[in-house]
Design a protein around this ligand. Structure first.
Ligand code: ADE
Length: 422
């Protein structure tokens, strides 16, 4: 092991996207291995707007595994991190860095310690599946550091053991998590259905909805559902298998009406299953319901879906518009119904791809105040009655690519000499 001294540090930095399920994962058949009771399908979100960046490093001078999340040290104890670290270490290979004069033999990885720093470019508390991007990035960056031979699909089966939906963040575009049949989980992994270029006119708008109380965690919510709901069995065995086939077809054919109908129906069934749980779980709130009504009214007035909506285990709405034109019309409707609070400026209320604002003809707050009710709404809402502040902000984004290694050393989150957060 090692170069001339024991001072060397080797590091890798990677960036991984988050994803939103359009056919939902809800319910495990194995809690430890994180094996689901049905297949799920997701869209990967553009990492330039939502992503995790992680630097992993190894040095003989490190005396324990340590991790920092968004600059704060966190514990690596606990199943999800330990499962991933163990599974990666057993697959580690020889590594040689000729420039630095470093040689690591595969058996050395069991003794060497790691420093890990991870950063989410969106608020971890916003309920935007940060653990999916986070665990995917941890596994991907460690796999590169330790020179694993496994492809992204095989790595997804490791990420799955950290956080179920993390397995879908190993690919860009449209991804299926195949539930698998094996008891050991070896065939429960992600496969790419189509890359992000396949259907690149889609536009995604996320409403980050202010939540008053912390919702039930997905882990305990899922467990309660599997133990108490009769509907979940019908969903997993009868409904989802057919929907998976239909959704794959819709994606392959870029059939937006089918894609949107399946996405909305599946989100609604997931929340119905939550309501069928004892005690019932409420993830959506009044604002979520109002967003659904706004989209449903518009879709039915047009006679064909313009926009799809989907909600995970929280009140945030993820809306998928057919193209830039419908996204601009959607943003007008959203801003009409959910204007920012008077002390919020438009620039921080609409983040991500701001070109949608321009397409919507909105430059400033005056334009927001001048918005008229959309044709499908009969009675206009007086500004004084609009609920300002129910949406914290909107993120405009699109389908995006999978994990990448960042080779530019300036993007590393750990100091090259100290191995500590910069
Ligand atoms: N949970 C939330 N964000 C995370 C990250 N970036 N890495 C690991 N776990 C996380």
């Amino acid at each position: 092991m090692g170069g001339e001294s024991e001072k060397w540090i080797l590091m890798v930095t990677a960036r991984t996207p988050t994803n939103i399920a359009v056919i939902k994962y809800w319910g495990k058949r194995d809690e430890t291995l994180i094996l689901p009771i049905n297949d799920s399908i997701s869209v990967t979100l553009d990492p330039s707007h939502l992503c995790t960046t992680t630097t992993v490093s190894v040095s003989p001078s490190f005396d324990q595994d340590r991790m920092w999340l968004n600059g704060k040290e966190i514990s690596l104890e606990g199943g999800r991190f330990q499962s991933c670290l163990r599974e990666i270490r057993v697959r580690a290979q020889d590594v040689e860095d000729k420039k630095k004069g470093i040689k690591i033999k595969k058996e050395d990885w069991q003794k060497l310690h790691l420093h890990i720093a991870s950063y989410n470019n969106f608020p971890t508390a916003a309920g935007l599946a940060s653990s999916a991007a986070g665990l995917a990035c941890l596994v991907y960056s460690l796999a590169k550091l330790m020179n694993l031979k496994e492809d992204n699909s095989q790595l997804s089966a490791i990420a799955r053991q950290g956080s179920g939906s993390a397995c879908r963040s190993l690919y860009g575009g449209f991804v299926k998590w195949v539930m698998g049949k094996e008891d050991n989980g070896s065939d429960s992994l992600a496969v790419q259905l189509a890359d992000e270029k396949h259907w690149d006119e889609l536009v995604i708008i996320i409403a980050v909805v202010s939540a008053r109380q912390k919702e039930t965690s997905s882990t305990s919510g899922m467990r309660d559902t599997v133990e108490t709901s009769a509907l979940i069995q019908h969903r997993a065995k009868e409904v989802v298998p057919k929907r998976i086939v239909q959704m794959e077809d819709a994606i392959q054919n870029r059939d937006f009406p089918s894609f949107a109908r399946l996405t909305c129906t599946d989100s609604n069934q997931f929340h119905a299953v939550c309501l069928d749980t004892c005690p019932p779980i409420f993830y959506m709130n009044d604002t979520s319901h109002r967003i659904i009504s706004c989209v449903e009214k518009w879709n039915s007035a047009e006679g064909a879906p313009q926009v799809a909506y989907t909600f995970d285990a929280g009140p945030n709405a993820v809306m998928i518009a057919h193209n830039k034109k419908t996204a601009a019309l959607l943003l007008q409707r959203l801003l009409y119904n959910f204007p920012p609070q008077s002390d919020t400026d438009l620039d921080s209320y609409i983040i991500g791809d701001k070109s949608i604002l321009k397409d919507a003809g909105i430059k400033d707050m005056k334009d927001v105040e001048a918005l008229t009710p959309p044709p499908e709404v009969k009675d206009s809402i007086p500004l004084s009655q609009k609920s300002k502040g129910d949406v914290s902000y909107f993120i405009c984004t699109r389908p995006g690519g999978g994990p990448v290694v960042l080779s530019d050393e300036t993007q590393s989150l750990l100091g090259p000499l100290t191995g500590l957060p910069k």
